[in-house]
Ligand binder design. Structure first.
Ligand SMILES: Cc1cc2nc3c(=O)[nH]c(=O)nc-3n(C[C@H](O)[C@H](O)[C@H](O)COP(=O)(O)O)c2cc1C
Length: 227
């Protein structure tokens, strides 16, 4: 791996641009961990509502990290479908790369980043697939476009050409409109059961507040972490 050495003009202008970027050029809210509830879910709900109120774009998107059978990590962005007493829910094809990874290693980490308030939430724990009935309900609770996208299928497989996708996606749209109850066998709702949930509040002077909840003996332990 090359870390420095001959630098091209393109690389130099990339670095110039990179080094002018700022984080948290906004008034950040405070976070008093002493006022945090005993369990992480109500705090997640509260922070989510505050992210929406602060105008955070797409606060319901998150990074989902998984590992493959060899232990190599992978990550991608997904939509959050729910957060309840069971855990944090998302849905995808169990035949996708992440689906295969979860079948081999049923553990995941989620990351939410809400820069409007300098906040981050991390969730770690085991992942379980919901029942086929719950997965089907998830699929049909969403828009025609979402159903069409699920019907397109083959997620994470190598695509031969853009035309092939256009043909398949057009047919999937037709079918989604004509058959709103169409099933997609691979569509699966998953739940991440939280073993750990960390709330991070950024601070302009870098005295970030980190509060971690750890599930222990059916109760939650709360601890502060050095930033
Ligand atoms: C904002 C955003 C939201 C997404 N939401 C989902 C989702 O809810 N489910 C899904 O399967 N893919 C979603 N994707 C696509 C995934 O990031 C990813 O490309 C796809 O699931 C294939 O991942 P994999 O190859 O690791 O299995 C989303 C992408 C973006 C950028």
């Amino acid at each position: 791996m090359r870390c420095n050495g001959g630098m091209t003009d393109a690389h130099q202008s990339f670095l110039d641009l990179l080094h002018t970027q700022r984080v948290w050029d906004v008034e950040l809210p405070g976070f008093d961990p002493a006022s945090a509830p005993p369990a992480p879910l109500p705090l997640f709900h509260r922070w989510f509502a505050e992210a929406v109120a602060a105008g955070q774009p797409e606060p319901h998107t998150m990074s989902l990290a998984t590992v493959d059978a060899e232990g190599h990590p992978d990550v991608r962005t997904l939509m959050l479908h729910d957060a309840d007493e069971r855990g944090w829910h998302f849905a995808t094809h169990r035949t996708s790369a992440k689906g295969h990874q979860l079948a081999a290693r049923p553990y995941a980490a989620l990351g939410f980043y809400w820069p409007a308030q300098g906040r981050q939430v991390r969730v770690r724990g085991p992942v379980t697939a919901c029942t086929p009935a719950e997965s089907s309900a998830d699929l049909h609770a969403r828009s025609t476009g979402a159903l069409a996208s699920a019907l397109t299928g083959s997620q994470s497989e190598v695509l031969g050409s853009a035309e092939e996708l256009a043909r398949t996606a057009d047919a999937a749209w037709e079918r989604a409109r004509a058959e709103p109850d169409a099933e997609v066998a691979s569509w699966t709702r998953y739940v991440v059961e939280a073993w750990e949930v960390e709330f991070f509040q950024g601070d302009a002077r870098r005295r970030h507040v980190r509060l971690r909840y750890r599930a222990q003996d059916a109760a939650w332990t709360r601890e502060l972490l050095w930033p």
